[in-house]
Structure formats: structure tokens, C-alpha cells
Design a binder for this molecule. Structure first.
Ligand code: NI
Length: 182
């Protein structure tokens, strides 16, 4: 079972490193970490559990945030009906994207960034991502809106980039009129 303290804070330099391509089959440890990370995200989105354990809700977690430099991340997004939309994503590549840009109006969040950060993080409204699943099978997903943001946020992690790096320091709301808030 993962704990909040297992997730690296932005101050840790490892988060700035590029993660390595993964070969198949996955190790038992990697499979376990995928399971644990997914479970952590699910629980973090359970309001009662999150409050009780004083943890923040998150919908994505990359292996590098757990100290493992492999190109793997998980997404778990809780819909209003309580169902989870989930992805295990390995060695991803964005193969196409929309022209349209969006940004998360209330600000993007990250389980490694333990402070409020204002400003626009420009993201493509839609992306098509090719990746391997847990069994090494090639998958192509067309992601939209929140899920599109999550894929781009997590892919950035694999390249050592945090969302705060993408905010214009001098003018955090620069270019706002050319993007759609979500
Ligand atoms: Ni993050």
C-alpha cells in the first residue's frame, strides 16, 4: 500500500530526470507498483478517505514520482457516477493532437507539488496517444478534455517536466484569450 510520503516532492532532483523506455514482460515489482499507484489514486478521490488521511485527490501518477525512472504512468479518473476511467500507460508517444488549446481553469495540480500555483498550463484539447498496456500490447487512445490534460501532464513527468515549468513566470495568464478554460 502506497503512502503519501512515498510520493516525491518537487524539491527532489530525480523528478527532473528523463525516464527510460520499458521492456516486456514487466517485472513483478513493476506490476505491483502499477496496482498500488492505481489504488492510491482511487482512494485519494474518495472524499471521506482523503479527509481522514489528510491526502489530496489525484488522477495521475508517474513512476518517477515514486522514485522509479521508467516510462510508466497510471490514470484513474472518477466520473460523477462513481465509476473510474483508468489507464495503464507504458512508453507513450503523442502521435497527433488538436490545434485547439485548453487549460484547467482552477489550475492544474500534481501530487508532487504541495502548494497552490496560479497560472495557465496550455494543453491540447485532444491528443491521440500510442502506448503499451501492462501486457505489452499496443494501444491507441484518443483522449479529450480532462483525460487529454492528464495524458500530457503525465507524459511531461516522463521527460522530467512539471506543470509549474510551463507557466509563464512573468505573466501567468499570458495568451488566455487563445485557449478554452475547462
Ligand atoms: Ni503530476
Amino acid at each position: 500500500m502506497l503512502k503519501e510520503k512515498d510520493i516525491l516532492d518537487e524539491k527532489v532532483k530525480l523528478l527532473r530526470k528523463k525516464s527510460q523506455l520499458v521492456t516486456f514482460p514487466l517485472s513483478k515489482d513493476d506490476k505491483k507498483l502499477i496496482k498500488d499507484a492505481t489504488e492510491y489514486l482511487r482512494k485519494s478521490q474518495d472524499e471521506e478517505y482523503a479527509k481522514e488521511h489528510n491526502i489530496r485527490g489525484g488522477m495521475g501518477l508517474a513512476f518517477v514520482q515514486l522514485g522509479v525512472l521508467k516510462r510508466i504512468f497510471v490514470i484513474s479518473y472518477k466520473h460523477d457516477d462513481g465509476n473510474f476511467e483508468e489507464y495503464v500507460v507504458i512508453n507513450p508517444k503523442i502521435i497527433s493532437h488538436s490545434e485547439e488549446l485548453i487549460y484547467v481553469e482552477e489550475g492544474e495540480g500534481c501530487l508532487s507539488v504541495n502548494r497552490d500555483v496560479e497560472g495557465i498550463v496550455p494543453r491540447y484539447a485532444r491528443v491521440t496517444v500510442e502506448y503499451k498496456d501492462i501486457d505489452g500490447k499496443t494501444i491507441e487512445t484518443r483522449a479529450r478534455e480532462e483525460i487529454s490534460v492528464a495524458f500530457q501532464h503525465e507524459i511531461d513527468h516522463l521527460d522530467g517536466i512539471l506543470f509549474v515549468d510551463k507557466i509563464d513566470k512573468k505573466n501567468p495568464f499570458n495568451n488566455e484569450e487563445n485557449m478554452r478554460p475547462i
